[in-house]
Design a protein around this ligand. Structure first.
Ligand SMILES: *[C@@H]1O[C@H](CO)[C@@H](O)[C@H](O)[C@H]1NC(C)=O
Ligand SMILES: *[C@@H]1O[C@H](CO)[C@@H](O)[C@H](O)[C@H]1NC(C)=O
Ligand SMILES: *[C@@H]1O[C@H](CO)[C@@H](O)[C@H](O)[C@H]1NC(C)=O
Ligand SMILES: *[C@@H]1O[C@H](CO)[C@@H](O)[C@H](O)[C@H]1NC(C)=O
Ligand SMILES: *[C@@H]1O[C@H](CO)[C@@H](O)[C@H](O)[C@H]1NC(C)=O
Ligand SMILES: *[C@@H]1O[C@H](CO)[C@@H](O)[C@H](O)[C@H]1NC(C)=O
Ligand SMILES: *[C@@H]1O[C@H](CO)[C@@H](O)[C@H](O)[C@H]1NC(C)=O
Ligand SMILES: *[C@@H]1O[C@H](CO)[C@@H](O)[C@H](O)[C@H]1NC(C)=O
Ligand SMILES: *[C@@H]1O[C@H](CO)[C@@H](O)[C@H](O)[C@H]1NC(C)=O
Ligand SMILES: *[C@@H]1O[C@H](CO)[C@@H](O)[C@H](O)[C@H]1NC(C)=O
Ligand SMILES: *[C@@H]1O[C@H](CO)[C@@H](O)[C@H](O)[C@H]1NC(C)=O
Length: 442
């Protein structure tokens, strides 16, 4: 019994000593640096510790954001009764070092809405202190090329575009375009002081960054006066505080081109098909170009390939469902627009235009539509002509023959009239006059 009493007394004394040591003892709460970067979906740790390193096991510790309670440690254990539902099952207080005044709030599966200023409050019996830290949730992103391949013309400009997916402001990010060695970059936006590279001399005074849409995570590096040697793969990298992503854009620089008609004049037969061909000179892929065939008004086109959104024209009704583009040789810059069931009214001059990003060229192809079986008509005309000539010949021949006949008649009249008038006297013209005489005489 007495032993127990002594123990209790000692314990009470111990408690009083402890109280005396903490009570009146001032402390400061120190947090791990701010802002604390966090990545969506990942975990984050907010650490608070006391200075000096005194035990906090008998203190009340509270983590909160504004008025929202995240975690309360009281009477030696976690009290979740007043926890904001947003943090339900997502937070844990790590107290293994609480005896040296250190606790860590473990937030799991970070949400975008977790961004905020977090406060930890330590309350002892007669003293309290707080620390605040900002949790900054970076969106996880991927960088995508606005166009995987960009084709530019020698001497023109090339626009290499990259953007964030999902859409998100890149204003505060570092954005770098390079080709090969990242230390010798083509362009850097918001250059990070740690980035010790310099701009490649080749691109000096030839580049600018179009940042018009940067708040939507989209930038375009424009390379002016592009050279054939600028052809290559460019890398664009977006760096946020704790994350980066990159992609490549291929630039192809081509010679200036001219468009030529494969045949200046195409002859087709009414009801048949007409193939109007155009090609690039020099030979060069036209896959990414806009190619338009029109006749008269370009806004009312016959055919458009890779229609440019800026092109407000529509297909001319006359050609609807009658055209197709043969693109078999498009990588060699050659296309053929086939107009089916051609009409005589399709006869005319057609313009084909090839547009690259910064250059265009056009030419015309003349289509002549002839009536069906045009050759038959020619043959018939020839036959008709021959017939006419034949008839004329016959008429003339007849007339000549008639003249001859009349002449013959005149000579033959007396002889012919004899048998008519005197049937009884069968007279033979050719009969020997001597015989006649002999008969008469008889
Ligand atoms: C999540 O955090 C861990 C540890 O800090 C880190 O190794 C990992 O790369 C992070 N994941 C992402 C997607 O940021
Ligand atoms: C905290 O309180 C418990 C029980 O009241 C006591 O045993 C312990 O010594 C106290 N710790 C400190 C550091 O005061
Ligand atoms: C919990 O916190 C969120 C912000 O994280 C807030 O929008 C919501 O209103 C809070 N809920 C309560 C019950 O306070
Ligand atoms: C506790 O302290 C030890 C030693 O400093 C450290 O390695 C450990 O990470 C700490 N634990 C927590 C949860 O902070
Ligand atoms: C946190 O507090 C700082 C300083 O008061 C302020 O600039 C910042 O906008 C706050 N952050 C958030 C997410 O509220
Ligand atoms: C600059 O860029 C050109 C073309 O990509 C490359 O040939 C050259 O090596 C680069 N210069 C440096 C210093 O990296
Ligand atoms: C910005 O976005 C608008 C709308 O999408 C677009 O028309 C414009 O070309 C973009 N500007 C740049 C420089 O990318
Ligand atoms: C660019 O990269 C692609 C894919 O890796 C490759 O096929 C192509 O040849 C490269 N282009 C140049 C000019 O290096
Ligand atoms: C469509 O093409 C025909 C033949 O070239 C032309 O007469 C007509 O005006 C065109 N229609 C429009 C809306 O331009
Ligand atoms: C494509 O080129 C080949 C070889 O020159 C040629 O025979 C063929 O007719 C062309 N096709 C078209 C649709 O122009
Ligand atoms: C097509 O253009 C040529 C040259 O300009 C011209 O001689 C010809 O008459 C035109 N053809 C038609 C059907 O308009």
């Amino acid at each position: 019994m007495t032993g127990h009493g002594i123990t209790i007394v000692f314990q009470v004394i111990g408690l009083l000593t402890a109280l005396r040591t903490t009570s009146g003892k001032r402390f400061t709460v120190v947090s791990t640096g701010s802002p604390v970067p966090a990545t969506l979906g990942n975990d984050s740790y907010l650490c608070c510790r006391l200075e000096p390193e005194i035990s906090a096991e008998n203190m009340t510790i509270k983590f909160h954001v504004g008025d929202y309670n995240i975690c309360l440690y009281k009477n030696g254990k976690e009290d979740l009764s007043n926890q904001n539902e947003t943090y339900k099952d997502r937070v844990e207080l790590l107290t293994e070092n609480i005896t040296v005044g250190q606790v860590t709030l473990w937030i799991k599966n970070i949400q975008q809405s977790d961004t905020g200023n977090y406060t930890c409050t330590f309350v002892s019996d007669d003293f309290s202190s707080i620390a605040t830290m900002e949790l900054h949730v970076n969106k996880r992103f991927e960088v995508k090329a606005t166009e995987k391949t960009v084709i530019a013309t020698n001497g023109g400009a090339a626009d290499l575009g990259c953007h964030l997916d999902p859409e998100n402001s890149a204003e505060l990010m570092t954005i770098k375009f390079h080709r090969g060695d990242p230390k010798s970059y083509v362009y850097v936006y918001n250059k990070n002081p740690a980035d010790s590279g310099t701009q490649n001399e080749t691109y000096k005074d030839r580049t600018e960054l179009l940042t018009e849409n940067i708040t939507r995570g989209q930038v375009v590096v424009r390379i002016k006066n592009v050279q054939l040697s600028d052809t290559g793969n460019y890398t664009c990298i977006f760096y946020s505080k704790d994350h980066y992503s990159k992609t490549t854009v291929e630039l192809k620089v081509t010679e200036r081109f001219e468009v030529k008609a494969t045949e200046k004049t195409v002859i087709a037969t009414n009801g048949g098909a007409a193939d109007l061909g155009c090609h690039l000179d020099p030979e060069n892929s036209a896959e990414l170009m806009t190619i338009k065939f029109h006749r008269g008004d370009p806004k009312s086109y016959v055919y458009v390939y890779n229609k440019n959104p800026a092109d407000s024209g529509t297909e001319n009704e006359t050609y609807k469902d009658r055209t197709e583009l043969l693109t078999e040789n498009i990588t060699r810059g050659q296309v053929v627009v086939r107009i089916k069931n051609v009409q005589l009214s399709d006869t005319g001059n057609y313009t084909c235009i090839f547009y690259s990003k910064d250059h265009y060229s056009s030419t015309t192809v003349e289509l002549k539509v002839t009536a069906p079986g045009g050759t038959m008509i020619t043959v018939m005309i020839i036959i008709a002509g021959l017939l006419f000539l034949g008839i004329m010949f016959l008429v003339i021949a007849c007339k000549t023959f008639k003249k001859g006949l009349v002449r013959n008649r005149r000579e033959a009249v007396p002889v012919q009239e004899i048998p008519l008038n005197s049937m009884s006297t069968p007279v033979n013209n050719n009969s020997d006059p001597g015989e006649n005489d002999a008969l008469k005489d008889n």
